[in-house]
Write a protein that binds this ligand. Structure first.
Ligand code: ADP
Ligand code: MG
Length: 150
């Protein structure tokens, strides 16, 4: 499923919609080049999850956690590129928590049984989001987004 976004505010609102429909532990894996909008999308998601703190890029800290309606654990694994060590990412997904991983291409996605993957590609100021789900719960999230955007 694909959604086009023409501005940062549209990308924020897509993230916010996804955050609003999440009501259980959820894994969201984000890919796309530097500046594609992974962090912007996560900021919107945080709003939808009821996080009140400002969400910033965790590029240098690797992980940041926020409390909201559900806790949000925001990881950026860019700096783990090429590192073969076991970072233990799955430990960032507690019961009823949401895990967002930027640059998930640098990790083994199969450590999660199920997840939502979002690839963000860009051309000038437009962004194309490509949603792929592994598992029924995640397929349903995509369906709800599809209904919402139409
Ligand atoms: P990433 O986390 O993928 O590196 P960021 O979300 O930090 O990306 O940055 C995206 C940048 O692109 C922001 O500076 C934002 O203002 C800019 N931008 C321009 N057009 C868009 C758009 N349509 N959607 C999202 N971001 C956009
Ligand atoms: Mg980022």
């Amino acid at each position: 499923m694909k959604i086009k976004s023409n501005s940062p505010s549209q990308l924020l609102s897509i993230g916010e919609k996804l955050g609003k429909i999440i009501d259980r532990e959820t894994v969201i894996l984000l890919d796309g080049d530097l500046g594609a909008g992974k962090t912007t999308f996560t900021k919107g998601l945080a709003v939808g999850l009821g996080v009140e703190d400002i969400v910033n890029s965790p590029t240098f800290t690797i992980a940041k956690s926020y409390s909201g309606r559900l806790a949000l654990n925001h990881l950026d694994v860019y700096r783990l590129e090429g590192l073969d060590e076991d970072f233990g990412i799955e430990e960032y997904l507690g019961d009823n928590e949401v895990l967002v991983v930027e640059w998930s291409k640098f990790i083994d996605k199969d450590i999660f049984n199920e997840y939502l993957h979002i690839q963000i590609d860009y051309l000038d100021d437009s962004r194309i989001l490509t949603f792929t789900a592994k598992g029924d719960y995640y397929q349903n999230l995509i369906k709800e987004l599809e209904v919402w955007k139409s």
